[in-house]
Write a new protein. Structure first.
Length: 311
């Protein structure tokens, strides 16, 4: 799977602005503000960009980690495309990209009506989720679709959401988005431009097989009928323990693990245990990413969560 030259150039142009300490460890590296396509990826104080390395551990940490999968290991759900169709593609649209209506089939009452400036070349995620992620230059608006498909010259989708990356305004409480947790997807994707530069300045997105009928900020939506409090809620954030040694890791994987120690990863959807999300991009080094599969579930702890919103 190969990204189009125009998309690759746009992503490269919007790479992270790195400080002199880019190669430093998670605690010594300067705070960074993610940038893509000439746009800030949410304000500096947004939950996705918040340093949680010193936050207390949640008292429910052991139970929630075990519920995700005590024997599991971290798994990169993305790659270069040379070993399979993994990852969520990112499309950068021009400021004057014509916008078109989208018909929503499953959650029209919780979807932003649009129109959506989706280029004809926009790539659709493989597999069942079929996400489309479009960041528009100039306006810095993020357009995301779930269950997307082209039909007779128009777009259909199960649900869709529009985010202003400059303001970081969340979805209405209780609303889904293109993600089960009602969150934007793009801010939580690992990207090779960041990883290759050595520093990722934001939390990542991950999945768990079972969740409870509840969510915690920054999530806005749950996707479960279970009221079992032993299951994790949407929006829960886990962090790679500071005591977990990174000396044996290198390259893109090392940058990802440093980000997980500093910013953690946020539970955003039901899916395979400990699968961390990233962009589908030919610049990933697949051999490098194999290192992530050595990280056991026991290396993670849950950052203290705020109050749960239950259904």
């Amino acid at each position: 799977m190969r990204a189009s030259p125009s998309v690759c150039a746009a992503v490269a142009a919007g790479a992270l602005l790195l400080g002199a300490g880019a190669a430093a460890g998670a605690r010594s590296a300067p705070a960074l503000r993610p940038v893509l396509g000439g746009c800030p990826v949410l304000p500096a104080g947004d939950a996705w960009n918040r340093d949680v390395s010193r936050d207390p551990v949640d008292p429910r940490s052991d139970a929630w980690v075990a519920a995700i999968g005590r024997r599991g290991r971290l798994h990169p759900d993305f790659g270069s495309g040379r070993r399979g169709n993994y990852g969520i593609p990112i499309t950068i649209a021009a400021r004057r990209q014509p916008a078109r209506p989208v018909r929503f089939t499953d959650y029209p009452e919780e979807s932003d009506r649009g129109p959506y400036p989706i280029p004809a070349r926009a790539r659709i995620e493989g597999g069942g989720d079929r996400h489309v992620i479009v960041l528009q230059r100039g306006t810095c608006r993020l357009f995301e679709l779930f269950g997307a498909r082209r039909a007779g010259g128009r777009w259909l989708a199960a649900s869709g959401a529009v985010f202003d990356l400059r303001s970081g305004r969340p979805r209405p409480a209780g609303w889904t988005s293109a993600d089960a947790a009602g969150l934007p997807i793009l801010p939580g994707l690992a990207r090779p431009d960041e990883a290759s530069a050595g520093v990722i300045g934001h939390a990542l997105r991950f999945t768990a097989p079972r969740t409870q009928r509840a969510y915690v900020a920054p999530a806005r939506h749950f996707a479960s009928s279970s009221r079992d409090p032993g299951l994790p809620p949407m929006g829960m954030r886990v962090r790679l323990r500071a005591s977990y040694g990174l000396a044996g890791y290198r390259g893109q994987s090392l940058a990802i693990l440093r980000a997980l120690q500093r910013y953690g990863m946020i539970l955003a959807d039901n899916g395979s245990p400990w699968y961390v999300s990233g962009a589908a991009d030919r610049r990933w080094d697949d051999d490098d990413l194999e290192q992530l599969k050595r990280v056991p579930s026991s290396a993670f702890e849950v950052v203290r969560a705020g109050p749960l919103t239950r259904g």
